[in-house]
Write a protein that binds this ligand. Structure first.
Ligand code: URA
Length: 238
């Protein structure tokens, strides 16, 4: 596990403290100070031993951690919830580092690959729409997905609320015309709210099971059971 991430002021502060946008705002406000010198550019370099203050308050350098989780059903991919279990509650207490968040959201009933990290810069890079990080899902569908469905999805459909989607790659793995069900593999590069469920709903079908198989090059180890997680190296992601 590499312990140090990039050390621009943005990288430094997006570990645990703030998101990318907020750090840029703080730089513009000229309230970040490194060893007594006001930071004026996001490119400013910071060493682990430097004293960094925000509005006079001291910060402490934190290590980045990356956990790959096999998310079970029935767990929210948020950081806090008063009445329901969250993916953070599945981490051992010693792994609940400050700033650890899931990278993107999976629905409560969606399972499998979920990355959790306190590396805000990497989180931003994996989710930014212009980075087009591919996410592959397997889904069981109530409905017969066929070549017409493939065509509709492949041309970049528009959802009922006007959301225009990018093209997606879509393969039918199994089709049971008698029972009206299918199994499919779908690759999307965006992460719109309930995207896959809404896509199928728009063509009159329902997603009954959804698993995320990969995100970029990341895949779950074969022996990682639902609810389990492993710490990985940042190089495995990049
Ligand atoms: N699309 C969905 O509809 N749900 C998810 O959890 C992920 C993608």
């Amino acid at each position: 596990m590499s312990s140090l991430c990039g050390l621009s002021i943005v990288n430094y502060l997006t570990i645990c403290y703030y998101n990318h946008k907020k750090v840029h705002q703080l730089i513009k406000k000229r309230i970040i100070v490194v060893n007594g010198r006001t930071v004026r550019t996001p490119k400013e370099k910071v060493a682990e031993t430097d004293e960094v203050t925000i509005n006079g308050g001291k910060t402490a350098y934190q290590k980045c951690h990356y956990f790959l989780m096999n998310k079970p059903k029935g767990v929210l991919s948020t950081t806090e919830n008063r009445s329901q279990r969250t993916v953070i509650s599945l981490l051992d207490p010693q792994d609940r580092y400050q700033g650890i968040v899931p990278v993107g959201r999976l629905d409560k009933d969606t399972t499998d690959l979920l990355l959790l990290t306190n590396d805000g810069q990497l989180n931003h890079e994996l989710l930014a729409p212009n980075k087009h990080v591919a996410k592959i899902y397997h889904a069981k569908i109530a409905g017969v997905a066929d070549s017409n469905t493939v065509k509709t999805f492949a041309t970049g459909m528009t959802l009922g609320d006007g959301t225009k989607l990018k093209t997606v790659t879509f393969n039918v793995l199994k089709q049971d015309v008698e029972n009206g069900s299918s199994e499919i593999e779908i690759e999307i590069s965006e992460g719109k709210y309930h995207q896959i469920k809404r896509m199928f709903s728009a063509v009159g079908m329902e997603v009954v099971e959804l698993e995320r198989v990969s995100m970029g090059k990341l895949r779950l180890p074969d022996d990682l059971k639902r609810g389990e997680y492993v710490e990985i190296d940042v190089d495995e992601i990049k």
